[in-house]
Design a protein around this ligand. Structure first.
Ligand code: 5U1
Length: 674
């Protein structure tokens, strides 16, 4: 009979039920109900209780299993070598303890060499190659039995159906992670939204959902990628002696491995790598949730062996959780620069990765409806890098009896003007325009921001104060501010006021692209402003351009072109530009590149479809280097359209306008021009 009290017994039972339920949601339904951090906490609590009361450990406890049962929809595959999971370290101390366990177990006195790499947030898979040919692919499933996803894996362009080289193992079972880049995920969700199809909450769910499609034609359309990180079986081949050599071997066979992987020494080496990857994290194209360290020497790995769920020679060092649950107390609507109303969740404050979060974006009403968020709900919020925290989903199991639906206001909460919703647009907007002080404030903040006019010291709070006290109305008023006006403001000394006037003076000399960006034209970000500035010789030309002409600028489509034309049609905007120029805003006139003598000077090309020998960006750069312009859309002034594989509407338009169409081979000849 166990010495545990009935409370402990009850708690263990409850934890097991909860974990089993979340395993099912995560592995079988691809719909995690709680953040990973919360799952980890439940799992750890159960592990601790079981460690304290070993007599209560039962064979069916989730701590004794790797995952959940695979779905029955696919043929099942028994893994010859089980696919185990990884132990976790949530702090530097836990990493140090892991390293100590490793050293103690093999009586190692020196620094251990580890192979380190990012831990991707994707789906673990196993691929079996026989005599170099891809025979079968399977999910990890419960670690012993997975699902046969061969047809789906074959749709991933970077998975070799045949291994590279002549010398290859007779059998190779290789493991890796299937994932989706954040860009691929966003594009896919946009398309799904337009088609009224299922939207995924994050790239991991999207990758899992795509891979477990019963119809592989659907998988083929999904932007899936893969990195391989380990080997289960290697037959009739010289076994490398280290994990890092194993990765090189995989690469030489044509299997993609993560280029971020490195060999590091001891705990300090691991921590340096961890901090480095942590800094890079937001700039990596895919989501990661930590890094993995593996003892590099394969013989030492053998010696260390396994313990129940995981190898003793590897560990996942997790980043601080980016998701947490909290309660949604209220929703307020913020008015942005273009009048867009953004619902903002007011939350019960919660610590997410070291920062207290009490507000998060709910994006727009469509998202609120899609996620079925209500006031009073327990919600999962995510905070990643510099981006504004967002409400990811609702924990439906925790929905209280009484919740309140979120309603879009009919009047702007700031100026009282009517709120209008345009069909096909997810956002609702305040119709007050520059009558609305919120829109004016945001326009001025944008104008002064670092990538625009870069007015040092003119922060958001100060701008709000200046507008609230009617000292300024529009951006041009900034250049008529006097030191005395600023110095009279609360918490503003003479010196700060002087500095701001100095910064305003300095900002008057700028560049055309910064000025275009600062105007805050809808959908004209930094890159578009740069494209516009380098395409048009001066501001007047841009202001007079019609939609057709604008669409010949790289990356400018009909929507942006329309916004630009609309902006410059408004009398009020023209007056402000005039007043800014009168105040002394200036920029150097753009030096026309002396490209007249270049072989493709005066020619304009449009690139479309997929090129096989180079990317479109490379082709663009090469054409530009020869003096050509590369436009984003086809018009009468296009010299020729260069069409790669799967070219679509641009090719059709070229044909309808009688514009010459060149192949990739023609492009190569063109690029060889002396
Ligand atoms: N990058 C990486 N992810 N990952 C996951 N390596 C790696 N290794 C794993 C797992 C489950 O397992 C082996 C250490 C067995």
């Amino acid at each position: 009979m166990s010495k545990a009290g009935s409370n402990t017994l009850q708690r263990i039972k409850h934890l097991r039920e909860q974990i089993n339920l979340h395993n099912h949601n995560y592995y079988v339904l691809d719909q995690p109900g709680i953040p990973d951090a919360e799952y980890d906490r439940l799992f750890r609590e159960l592990q601790t209780l079981e460690a304290e009361h070993p007599d209560l450990v039962s064979a069916d406890s989730p701590t004794q299993r790797v995952g959940a049962k695979p779905s029955t929809a696919f043929r099942q595959v028994k893994h010859e070598v089980p696919m185990l999971s990884l132990g976790n370290a949530f702090s530097d101390e836990e990493l140090k303890a892991f390293n100590k366990r490793v050293c103690d177990r093999i009586s190692w006195k020196d620094l251990i060499e580890y192979s380190a790499e990012p831990k991707l947030d994707g789906l673990a898979v196993s691929l079996l190659y026989e005599k170099g040919l891809l025979l079968r692919a399977a999910t990890r499933g419960d670690g012993n039995t997975g699902e046969d996803i061969t047809d789906n894996i074959k749709t991933i362009a970077t998975v070799p159906l045949k291994l590279l080289g002549r010398n290859m193992p007779s059998r190779l079972e290789v493991r890796g992670e299937v994932f989706m880049t954040r860009k691929g995920f966003e594009r896919m969700n946009e398309q799904a939204k337009k088609a009224g199809e299922k939207i995924f909450a994050n790239p991991r769910n999207a990758a899992a959902g795509s891979l477990r499609q019963l119809d592989s034609r659907i998988t083929a359309k999904r932007p899936l990628e893969i990195y391989f990180y380990g080997v289960g079986i290697l037959k009739d081949f010289d076994m490398p002696t280290t994990h890092s050599e194993m990765l090189l071997l995989l690469r030489s066979l044509g299997l993609r491995v993560n280029p971020e992987s490195r060999v590091v020494k001891g705990v300090q080496g691991c921590l340096r790598y961890y901090n480095n990857i942590g800094k890079k994290r937001d700039n990596l194209p895919y989501d990661i949730d930590g890094v993995v360290y593996k003892v590099n020497d394969l013989e030492l790995q053998q010696e260390l062996g396994f313990v129940s769920r995981a190898p003793r020679w590897a560990i996942a060092h997790k980043f601080a959780a980016q998701e947490e649950t909290t309660v949604l107390n209220a929703v307020e609507f913020q008015v942005g620069r273009t009048g867009a109303l953004t619902p903002v969740a007011r939350l019960k404050p919660v610590n997410v990765a070291g920062v207290t979060v009490s507000n998060a974006t709910l994006h727009n009403m469509d998202e609120i409806e899609r996620k079925d968020v209500r006031i009073g709900d327990t919600v999962i919020i995510r905070r990643a890098g510099d981006v504004i925290p967002e409400v990811v989903s609702v924990v439906l199991e925790r929905r209280p009896q009484r919740t309140q639906k979120i309603k879009l206001p009919t009047q702007c909460p700031v100026c009282g003007s009517a709120v209008i919703s345009i069909e096909d647009e997810a956002v609702a907007r305040c119709s007050g325009g520059l009558f609305c002080s919120a829109q004016r404030k945001e326009a001025i903040k944008h104008f002064a921001s670092r990538k625009a006019m870069d007015i040092d010291g003119l922060g958001d709070k100060l701008i709000e104060q200046l507008v609230d006290e009617s000292i300024i109305d529009h951006v041009d008023d900034l250049y008529h501010l006097k030191i005395g006006q600023l110095a009279a403001l609360e918490r503003m000394g003479d010196k700060s006021a002087e500095n701001i006037i100095g910064a305003l003076q300095k900002s008057k000399t700028t560049t055309l692209s910064r000025f275009i960006y600062a105007l805050g034209i809808r959908e004209v970000g930094e890159a578009t402003a740069q494209n516009l500035a380098s395409h048009f010789e001066n501001l007047d030309e841009l202001m007079q351009a019609d939609e057709e002409k604008l669409q010949t600028v790289q990356d400018i489509g009909p929507v942006v072109a329309q916004h630009v034309v609309t902006f410059f049609k408004q009398k009020h905007n023209l007056e402000i530009i005039h007043r800014l120029q009168q105040a002394g805003i200036n920029w150097p006139s753009i030096q026309k590149i002396s490209g007249d003598k270049l072989p493709l000077a005066g020619k304009t090309y449009v690139l479309t479809g997929t090129l096989s020998g180079m990317t479109r960006d490379e082709a663009k750069q090469k054409l530009q280097a020869l003096g050509a312009k590369v436009a984003g859309s086809v018009s009468k002034s296009t010299t020729a359209v260069i069409a790669g594989e799967n070219a679509g509407s641009k090719l059709e338009k070229a044909e309808s306008l009688g514009i010459p169409v060149l192949t990739e081979a023609d492009l190569r000849k063109l690029l060889q021009k002396p």
